[in-house]
Ligand binder design. Structure first.
Ligand code: IDP
Ligand code: MG
Length: 139
């Protein structure tokens, strides 16, 4: 089934100049990039984006980090885009992420793990709604 998902290159990776390489992996895989922008996330958007983690001990650090510099936001479209993007990203903790995955190839730190991707159809719709206007998605 054709799906759309929200993928984001985090501030650690934009600072390291990795956004192009990461974007290229999604294009090479055959996905259609229907939305793309570089921005600094507001605190309000970050708190909404990570609302499920509001009560976790790492929430403040997470919001601080994700708003600390530019991110590159993508809307990725294609067959099974939600699950396939998560597989491409690898495990949340990069120390557990397999080589060949984005985290497995570019990261070691749990907090600064290079990339975000929606984990379900509900999350994808919710996160795309937070970060993109409908007019910014060009199929
Ligand atoms: P995900 O990004 O793979 O979906 P989530 O569990 O949704 O993982 O966590 C969101 C982000 O919060 C992770 O990508 C990671 O950067 C950070 N994070 C998750 N667990 C911890 C933790 O125990 N300590 C610090 N940061 C964490
Ligand atoms: Mg998550």
């Amino acid at each position: 089934m054709t799906e759309r998902t929200f993928v984001m290159v985090k501030p650690d990776a934009t600072a390291r100049g990795l956004s192009g390489e990461i974007l290229a992996r999604f294009e090479r895989r055959g996905f259609n990039i229907v939305g793309l922008k570089k921005t600094v996330m507001t605190r309000a958007a970050a708190e909404e984006h990570y609302a499920e983690h509001r009560d976790k001990p790492f929430f403040a650090e997470l919001v601080e980090f994700i708003t600390s510099g530019p991110v590159v936001m993508l809307c990725v479209e294609g067959e099974g885009a939600i699950g396939a993007s998560r597989t491409m990203m690898g495990a949340t903790n990069p120390q557990d992420a397999a080589p060949g995955t984005i985290r497995g190839d570019y990261a070691l730190d749990l907090g600064q793990n290079v990339i975000h991707g929606s984990d379900s159809p509900d999350s994808a719709a919710r996160e795309l709604g937070i970060h993109f206007a409908a007019s910014e998605l060009i199929g």
